[in-house]
Design a protein around this ligand. Structure first.
Ligand code: 5MM
Length: 340
């Protein structure tokens, strides 16, 4: 393992004013997104849609890396250029989702364990040849009826650690993504308590697995109430609680934290990130690794039509710029209104 190289990649992923585009939707997930905009889920449509984003000039200014799905890392643009090259030409880093998804965890009703460790060393070697310099693995947890259990928290932390150790062994920076879902009616206090527990376990397992923290990026949920909770909290409270939990759990050796949006509105995801960066004095860079909060607007504008490409690129540009500002703590609602 070359920790100096891993650290350089990780730092580039969280460079000031830049963040990560999570475009790693599996075929089933992108189908759900395409269904909403009336687009057929074909290989060509998936390619056209992603090519449209990767060719947007804003990539160079605000997108430090793109998380790809196995199909996408092998795809070519219409003119035959690989999509990986389009990303590299934008001075952005190609990354790859390597987990095989969350499956039922035996003995733990309604809980999941993320699978995909078998053969992962060989897959990393192939993905590295294809241009990937970072990877992503997502553990999923939900607050409901006594869950999450210690078993689910521990099993997912252990899998995340084994995934991360193998990534570093192969010259790839692991994005470690433990996601406590926003589904449900739980309070912000419940989210705070459970997230703290999850992160403590994750960092304990990373330590046992010999993962070097200078060569990882953490991708956590923010501390927010469940979507169905009657009491919704202010932007400042979400920011304050999220930073508090992170300070309790994430060692300063970690170069950066790139949040998932998790079903927040585009505006909330931007405002929360901005408010955290306005707090300042933090030991790690805080930025975005958004899927929905970067793509919902361009998807709606595109709707699968060639004539809408410019409109969709403008929508993507706007969200990337707004989140780029939020990563610096320089966003405000006036900037939000100045879509150009
Ligand atoms: C892009 O969505 C990823 C999930 O894909 P699958 O469900 O198909 O595996 C997801 O892991 C994503 O990278 C993160 O959750 C961030 O996305 P959001 O939409 O939460 O910002």
């Amino acid at each position: 393992m070359n920790l100096i190289e891993l650290n350089a990649i990780a730092k580039k992923m969280v460079a000031p004013g830049k963040g990560i585009l999570a475009a790693d939707e599996s075929t089933g997930t992108i189908k759900k997104r395409f269904d909403k905009i009336g687009v057929e889920n074909t290989e060509d449509n998936r390619r056209d849609y992603r090519e449209m984003m990767f060719r947007t000039p804003v990539m160079k200014q605000h997108i430090s890396g793109v998380i790809l799905y196995d199909e996408t890392i092998r795809q070519k643009a219409r003119d035959g250029t690989t999509l990986v090259k389009l990303i590299q030409d934008a001075d952005s880093i190609p990354g790859i989702k390597v987990d095989a998804g969350a499956k039922k965890l035996a003995g733990a009703p309604n809980e999941t364990i993320t699978e995909g460790l078998d053969g992962l060393r060989e897959r990393y070697q192939e993905y590295h040849k294809l241009g990937a310099r970072f990877a992503k693995w997502r553990g999923v947890y939900e607050i409901a009826e006594g869950n999450p259990s210690h078993d689910a928290i521990h099993a997912n932390a252990h899998a995340l650690a084994r995934y991360a150790a193998l990534a570093q062994e192969n010259g790839i920076v692991p994005i470690v993504e433990p996601e406590l879902l926003m589904d449900g009616a739980h309070t912000i206090e419940a989210c705070e308590g459970v997230t703290e527990w999850i992160l403590k376990e994750v960092f304990q397992e990373l330590y046992y697995a010999g993962v070097k923290l200078e060569g990882i990026i953490l991708k956590p949920n923010m501390i927010v109430p469940g979507m169905k909770c009657v009491q919704q909290n202010s932007v400042e409270e979400v920011a304050q609680r999220t930073v508090t939990v992170l300070k309790r759990c994430v060692p300063a050796a970690v170069p950066g934290i790139a949040f998932l949006s998790g079903g927040q509105s585009d505006l909330d995801a931007t405002a929360h990130l901005d408010a955290m960066n306005k707090i300042g004095g933090l030991p790690w860079a805080l930025t975005f690794s958004y899927g929905r909060a970067l793509q919902a607007a361009p998807q709606a504008a595109w709707a699968g039509k060639v004539d809408n490409v410019a409109k969709a690129q403008a929508a993507f540009t706007h969200r990337a710029r707004m989140n780029g500002l939020a990563a610096l703590g320089k966003w405000d609602s006036a900037a939000e209104k100045n879509a150009s």
